[in-house]
Design a protein around this ligand. Structure first.
Ligand code: NAD
Length: 357
C-alpha cells in the first residue's frame, strides 16, 4: 500500500516529537511492506514567522492532498502577545475547519506500567482505565448563534446559544457506535436532558441511531453524574459519546486522571478526507530543544492514524505493543520517571520503540 502523510511539526517540542512519531510509524509500515510518502507543512508560530499566517495556503493544500495529517503542537511565549486572531492556536482551529473535522476521539488509558502516576486511589486505579471520549467538535454552544456581550437596560449581559441539529447528532453517533465495534461494544451517551432541550434531542437521536447497532450496548448519563463516575469508577466506560462543551470538559478530566500528559494521543475525523492525529499536550516551550520531551503521545497518535485514518489495525497494534514493551523494559522520559527506572531522552525513546516493533 502507498500513502501520503502530511507532517505538521509546529512549535516548541513539536519538531522533536514528530520526528520520533514519523520514524516509528515508517518503521512499522515498512515491516509489512507498505510505502509512505511524507510532505511537510508550516503551522502555528513557525508559520507566522515564515509567512505571517498561522495556516498558510500551501499547508492547507498539502493537508488536503494527503491521506492523513500528523500534527505535533503549536504555540509558545514568543507569540503570546499577538492579538487573539493572530495567535498560533488559530492555525489549529482553521485546519480543523478546512478539513471538516467534526469528531474528536480521545482515548484515556492507564498502562499497568504507569499505574503509579494515576491520580485515583490505588483500589480504583487497579480496576483499570481504558476508555475513549468521542466529542462532537463543530457545533453546540461554542458555535451557536446568536451570541454576544451587550448592555440591556443599563446592565451587561453575555449570551450564547446551545444548538444541535439532528444531522449533526446522527453523524457523531455513527462515529461512536463504529468506534465501539472496534473495542468492547459499549457506548455511554452523556447529556443534560433533564434540563436542556438540546440534550433531549441528543438523547432521542442517539437512541434512534442505536437501532442500527444492535451488537453495541447503549447507556445514558447526565453530565454531572458522568463527571462523578469518571473518578469513582472509570473502568465502567468504553466509549463516551458527547457534545462539544461536555466533551471538552470530560475528555480533559478523563485524561488527567491517568497522570501522564506525555502519553495521550488524539484523533479528529471528518465525513471524508484526511483525519488529523496529534498528541493532547501542547508545545512545552519550557523543555523545547533539550531532547527531554516524551514522544510517546505522538507515537501513540501514529497508531491512531494507522488504525482510524488508514484502516491498518495490525500496524497500529504493533506500535502500541512496542510502546508497552519499552515501558515494561523500564525506560522513562523525565515526565514519567520513577525511582529504579532508566532515564532516556526523546530520541532514545523513539529508537527503543523502533527496536521493539
Ligand atoms: P503544555 O502541554 O505544552 O505543557 C504543560 C506541562 O507539561 C509543561 O511543564 C511541559 O513541559 C509538560 N509537557 C507537555 N508535553 C510534554 C511531553 N511530551 N513530554 C514531557 N513533558 C511535557 O501546556 P502549556 O504549557 O499550557 O502550553 C504551552 C504552549 O502550548 C502554549 O502556547 C499553548 O497555547 C500551547 N498548546 C498547544 C496545544 C496544541 O497544539 N494542541 C495544546 C495545548 C497547549
Amino acid at each position: 500500500m502507498e500513502k501520503t502523510i502530511c507532517l505538521l511539526p509546529g512549535d516548541g517540542i513539536g519538531p522533536e516529537i514528530l520526528d520520533q512519531g514519523a520514524l516509528v510509524m515508517d518503521a512499522a509500515v515498512k515491516k509489512n511492506g507498505h510505502t509512505f510518502h511524507y510532505t511537510k507543512g508550516l503551522i502555528g508560530g513557525a508559520a507566522i514567522d515564515a509567512t505571517g499566517s498561522s495556516l498558510p495556503e500551501e499547508t492547507i493544500a498539502a493537508c488536503k492532498a494527503s491521506d492523513a495529517v500528523f500534527l505535533a503542537a503549536v504555540g509558545g511565549p514568543k507569540w503570546d502577545n499577538l492579538a487573539p486572531e493572530k495567535r498560533p492556536e488559530r492555525g489549529l482551529l482553521a485546519i480543523r475547519r478546512e478539513l471538516g473535522l467534526f469528531a474528536n476521539l480521545r482515548p484515556a488509558m492507564l498502562l499497568p506500567e504507569l499505574a503509579g502516576a494515576c491520580l485515583l486511589r490505588p483500589d480504583i486505579a487497579q480496576k483499570g482505565l481504558d476508555l475513549i471520549v468521542v466529542r462532537e467538535l463543530t457545533g453546540d454552544i461554542y458555535f451557536g448563534e446568536p451570541r454576544g456581550l451587550e448592555k440591556q437596560d443599563g446592565s451587561r449581559v453575555g449570551f450564547n446559544t446551545m444548538i444541535y441539529s439532528e444531522e449533526e447528532i446522527v453523524r457523531i453517533a455513527h462515529v461512536a457506535f463504529k468506534t465501539a465495534r472496534q473495542r468492547r461494544r459499549k457506548v455511554c451517551s452523556v447529556d443534560k436532558s433533564n434540563v436542556l432541550e438540546t440534550s433531549r434531542l441528543w438523547k432521542e437521536v442517539v437512541t434512534e441511531v442505536h437501532k442500527e447497532y444492535a451488537d453495541v450496548e447503549l447507556s445514558h448519563l447526565y453530565v454531572d453524574n458522568a463527571a462523578m463516575q469518571l473518578v469513582r469508577d472509570p473502568s465502567q466506560f468504553d466509549v463516551i459519546l458527547t457534545g462539544n462543551i461536555f466533551g471538552d470538559i470530560l475528555s480533559d478530566e478523563a485524561s488527567v486522571i491517568t497522570g501522564s500528559l506525555g502519553m495521550l494521543p488524539s484523533a479528529s475525523m471528518g465525513a471524508q478526507g484526511p483525519g488529523l492525529f496529534e498528541p493532547v499536550h501542547g508545545s512545552a516551550p519550557d523543555i523545547a530543544g533539550q531532547d527531554k520531551a516524551n514522544p510517546l503521545a505522538t507515537i501513540l497518535s501514529a497508531a491512531m492514524l494507522l488504525r482510524l485514518g488508514l484502516h491498518m489495525p495490525e500496524e497500529a497494534a504493533m506500535i502500541e505493543k512496542a510502546v508497552d514493551k519499552t515501558l515494561a523494559d523500564g525506560y522513562r522520559t523525565g515526565d514519567i520517571m520513577e525511582a529504579g527506572k532508566k532515564a532516556v531522552g526523546c530520541q532514545e525513546m523513539g529508537k527503543l520503540v523502533v527496536e521493539r516493533l
